[in-house]
Structure formats: C-alpha cells, structure tokens
Ligand binder design. Sequence first.
Ligand SMILES: [Zn+2]
Length: 185
Amino acid sequence: MKVFINPGHDKIHDSGATNDILGIRECDITYVIGALVEKYLNNVGIETKNLQSDNLCNDTNYNDRPIAVCDLANNWGADLFISIHCNSFANPAANGTEVEVFSFNTQAHKLATCIQNQIVNSIHTTDRGVKEYPSLKVLKHTVMPAVLVETAFISNMEDAKKLIENKDAIARAIARGVTDYMQLN
Ligand SMILES: [Zn+2]
C-alpha cells in the first residue's frame, strides 16, 4: 500500500487561510499534520510520499503546481492520495470537519467516510459529512482514490484551538481512517 500525502498550501508562496487573532497559518498546521500522518502510516508498514503544495481550483500564482503534484502521485503509483487542509469562512461561526471527493459512490467516498468518522470521533468537531467537489485539481487529476480532508475551520475560534492542540490526534485519526478503509477491501 502506497499513500501520497499532500499537506495544503506553501510556507513561502501561499499560507492558505489564517487566524490572525491566534496567529496561526493553514500551511503550518497542514505541514505538521502531514508529517505525523506519514509517521503513523510508516509505523504500520504503509509506504508514503509527502509533498506540500497548493492545490485548490482557484490558485493563480502557480497554476502548474497542483498538476505537478498529481503527476508525481500518478507516476509513483500511489494507491491513495490524501490532501490535508483547514477550512475557512467569512462567518466565524462556521465550524466542523468535512472530507471532499471528486464523486460519490467511489472508493474515494469510502476512504473519505472512514477518515471523516475517525476525525469527528477523535476531536469532536461538527460532522459536515463527505462532499462532492469535482473542481478541485488534486481530486480531478489524480488517477487513484483521492480525498481532500478539511480538518476543521481555522476561522472558528473553537475549531482553531483544536487545530493548535490536537494536531497529533488529527493525524492519528487520518491514519486510522486509512487502515479502516484497507480492512473494507
Ligand atoms: Zn486549504
């Protein structure tokens, strides 16, 4: 089993969303979670590659990079692709965890459900469920089951505190989601 891990955004070119009150950036949180997911998957014998990059549909500065990440994962022969993000919204009341897939009723949907359940049960975020988001480049241009995990809302104070304090728990939950998925197949 080979899992490609893609923490969202970029520490230099694109911080992703930020919470300026708490002084945290999405790129730093996803970087830490991604490294921990890699460690926990390696611990149970799952091979990984980990590359942080921007990967949303509306990236303007370096449009080719999401495709490059997808190409890398495709050429490596990854069995699964997991992008890790923090959600953000103008209304600070918005909160919770969701996992996004290219389309429902797929292997990606099964993987997304496993990861979603593990995170919500672990850090007790609002369960926003699995959502279809076909315009996301990392979901569109990858050939293996691919999911984008929106761990919690960095723009919501309660969620943001969970992102600060529970990065390890979130990473363990994502890794358990992968092993739960493997037991389905
Ligand atoms: Zn993001």
